[in-house]
Structure formats: C-alpha cells, structure tokens
Design a binder for this molecule. Structure first.
Ligand code: P6P
Length: 349
C-alpha cells in the first residue's frame, strides 16, 4: 500500500485549518502548559471577537447596541451600550477558564477579579473592549484592543500594582477590527499575524503572517481639529506635510482602524498631547502599549515623542501617553521636529 499522498485540494483544507489556537502552538513550537494556556487564551479572545462582531452586525435592529447607557466611565466619557456589552463579553468568556484571574479595562476603574480563577489563573487581560465607540451609531469601524501580562505576585490588596511595569512585560498583544470583515491581529513576540473571521465556519483563519510595516508611507493620521492646542513642534510637522507632495491625511476616529491602515500601508498616526491634555487622550496599558508591541514586532516605531512607548512605566492603570506610531522613518521625522524644538528651547534658556 503506497503512502497516502494528500491531494492538491489539501492546501485549501489545510489553510482553513490554520486557526488561531493552532497558530499559537506553532508560534511557540511547544505543547508546554504555558503554550497550551496562551493558545486557550487567544481562543477565548477570538470568541469575544465573534460575539462582539455578531452584536455589531445587528446594530440598529436590537435595543442594546446603539446609544448611551447614561453613565460616565472612569475616563469621564459617556458610556455607550456597546461599550458595556463588549466589556462584559470579555469578562464572561474568561469565567470558568482557569486562565485569567484579573481583567483591567478602560471601562472599569479598578481591575475585575474572577474569583473562581484566582489565584490559579496566572494571566491578566488588559483591554479596551470597544475602541472608537463614537463610530458605532454611524456604522463605521470600531475595534477591541488587548494585552496579556503574566500576574506577578498574589496582588492580595487587589490594586494590580504589579501591572505598573513597562510594555516590554507584555506576553501577547493585539486587536480585533470590526469592519467589512472582522480581522484579528496579534503577536506573541514572534512576528505579527492576521486572521480573518470566516462567518460560515465561525473561525478566525490565518490570512497574513509576519506582517512588516513599510519603512515609509504616504499616510499621516491625526485629528487636525486639535491643531490650535498642539505644541509648536507638532504644528511644524503638520505644516511640513501640508507643503510637501506625497502625503495624504486619513483619520477614521477609531485608533484600531487608523493603526491597521498604517500597519499594512505605512505612514504615521499621531495623538499628541494638547494644552488641555498634555499626556494626550490614549491610555497606555490597553491602547498605546499593545499597539507599540505590535508595531515594533512589525519593524516600526512607537514613541511618546520623547521616549519609546514600550519603555514608559505607568504610575496608574489608566495612565495616558501621547502617541506617535507607524513607519520607522515617519515616526523619526515627527520626533525630529520635537527634538529641534527642544534644542531651540534649550538654547534660549
Ligand atoms: P478624537 C476613540 O474615542 C479614541 O479613543 C481612539 O479610538 C481614537 O483614535 C481617538 O479616541 C479619537 O479621538 O479626539 O480625535 O475624537
């Protein structure tokens, strides 16, 4: 009996079998308990993405999707019904998982502990359940951003103090982008990989491996409505791109969507500090640090303008940072304007 020779069609079948959980084990080249944990973790995140995508797809037809809850979150932002739904989805998918003891979310002032998972669950999920929720009611892109860290110590006072470490402590990071298709992009520190949800299978299937951000791109993505609030260096960068050919402005108003374009096509996204918010608007632990982890894995850069995002040590769970992220050359160009201004300011002193 000749050895079984898989037919040509096996490629398509094998491709459809490249699910997220299998990919994680391939990435780690291991079936160790930690590898199995991370594979199961990513599978739960994928389940959260599927549940949120399904809910979003019926927005407008259901009561609990559009509009506001009437509450304000710890950020001082009006809470959308979808923010609350998505926040609870992430909590629910990790219950009875034994994986995650603690979740830290944009929507919750303090970390949430899943009692039955503590202290056996040695992982913490940090997440922005719905990023860009102002886009929901107008059917534009929104996303979920996630970061996974190992819990260090028992956290007996339940303050999550061990989370106040720089972004290089992240075990994994990624996002789910809800758009014409739902894609999940993640990294375990071994490259950046993208999966596309096949609704007919209910699975995220590998669609792009080892994504590398171009060293330069035409896009600059920033809310120029804040121009009057910016430092002069950022204004000078904006004047530069206005006066030089080859730049295009693109701004969706959802960080995940703007980042995804930059990751695939190059360019730079900025959310700089302003007079009113010198630290900017975006949160470090579950927005800028996870994306910085990804962009560095993809060969790009992420900076506050003065230091690498992944070096920033947070003083609080909801700490914000300015963000300049994208192609290495384009981030360096923005930084050069900031450095020029710093040098000029020093010479004047
Ligand atoms: P602005 C959404 O609220 C968000 O946190 C990010 O997704 C997005 O990049 C940013 O705020 C948009 O803020 O001030 O430009 O509306």
């Amino acid at each position: 009996m000749a050895d079984y020779q898989p037919a040509e069609t096996t490629f398509a079948v094998d491709r459809d079998c490249k699910t997220l959980s299998r990919h994680v084990l391939e990435q780690l080249q291991s079936f160790s308990p930690e590898a199995q944990d991370l594979s199961a973790l990513m599978n739960r995140i994928a389940l959260a993405g599927k549940l949120i995508a399904r809910h979003l797809s019926r927005a407008g037809l259901m009561e609990s999707v559009l509009g506001f809850t009437g509450d304000t979150n710890v950020q001082g932002e009006a809470v959308k019904k979808m923010d609350l739904y998505a926040n609870n989805v992430f909590i629910s998918v990790f219950k009875q998982s034994g994986l995650v003891c603690r979740l830290a979310s944009e929507e919750m002032e303090k970390p949430y502990y899943i009692p039955e998972n503590c202290p056996i669950g040695r992982y913490t999920l940090l997440y922005d359940p719905i990023d860009g929720s102002s886009n929901i009611d107008i059917n534009l892109n929104v996303g979920s951003i996630f970061s996974i860290r190992r819990q260090q110590g028992e956290d007996l006072d339940q303050t999550g103090a061990d989370l106040l470490q720089n972004g290089r402590q992240q075990l994994a990071a990624g996002y789910i982008l809800y758009g014409p298709s739902t894609v999940l992009v993640y990294s375990l520190g071994q490259g950046v990989h993208m999966f596309t949800l096949d609704p007919s299978l209910g699975e995220f299937i590998l669609s792009s491996e080892n994504i590398q951000v171009p060293s330069h791109g035409p896009t600059y993505s920033v809310n120029e409505g804040n121009f009057w609030q910016w430092e002069e260096s950022i204004r000078d960068f904006t004047r530069y791109v206005h006066r030089h050919e080859g730049y295009s402005a693109r701004y969706v108003g959802a960080l995940v969507a703007d980042f995804h374009r930059i990751l695939l096509q190059g360019g730079v996204f900025l959310y700089p500090g302003t007079v009113k918010k010198p630290e900017g608007k975006l949160r470090l632990l579950y927005e800028t640090a996870p994306l910085a982890f990804l962009i560095e894995q993809a060969g790009g850069k992420a900076s506050t303008g003065r230091e690498a995002i992944l070096e920033v040590i947070p003083q609080a769970i909801h700490q914000r940072t300015p963000l300049i992220i994208g192609s290495a050359e384009d981030v360096a160009l923005v930084e050069s304007f900031i450095q020029d201004h710093n040098h000029r300011r020093q010479r004047q002193q």
